[in-house]
Design a protein around this ligand. Structure first.
Ligand code: HEC
Ligand code: HEC
Length: 96
């Protein structure tokens, strides 16, 4: 409960733009591999299969920055499939 109130307080403190846009790496299609991860653009996460160690599924796929997709559908699909579904769109991430 305490955490919820803190979250609401922080949200209110944002003033102008209280909408959570989640993680933002710009338009992924402008990167060398597009949606597919490469070691160069994913140095910290490369080789890890446990995506959710670092990415909160509730906090990604919130804003369409590529203009190619129904971001709500992607958001919901990632949550329902979990980490076994990521590779279909983002490649293997260096995981054999
Ligand atoms: C150890 C932490 C960690 C793990 C595990 C991890 N990531 Fe990441 N991810 C990051 C960080 C940090 C970034 C920001 C770019 C960078 O500095 O590597 C990022 C960025 C991304 C991006 C944006 C890439 C771009 O082109 O800007 C995507 C997509 C992504 N991760 C997907 C995944 C997927 C899918 C998995 C699991 C297969 C995963 N990540 C596992 C830390 C991680
Ligand atoms: C149906 C295809 C699809 C699946 C499945 C998918 N993603 Fe994505 N992901 C995308 C697209 C498309 C974008 C770029 C969104 C945009 O900007 O329009 C993206 C963007 C991202 C980003 C960059 C931050 C952001 O919110 O834009 C991260 C991190 C990421 N995905 C991680 C994951 C992880 C982890 C999984 C597995 C749990 C996953 N994705 C599953 C298509 C997918």
């Amino acid at each position: 409960m305490k955490a919820l109130w803190l979250a609401l307080l922080l949200l209110a403190a944002c003033g102008e733009n209280p909408v959570n846009e989640g993680e933002n790496f710009g338009n992924l299609l402008n990167t060398s591999g597009g949606l597919v991860l490469t070691q160069a653009e994913h140095p910290t996460g490369w080789g890890h299969s446990e995506c959710t160690l670092c990415h909160n599924l509730e906090n990604i796929h919130l804003v369409d920055r590529t203009g190619i997709t129904d971001i709500v559908a992607v958001h919901n699909r990632a949550i329902s499939e979990g980490i076994s579904g990521c590779a279909a769109c983002h490649g293997t991430n260096g995981v054999p």
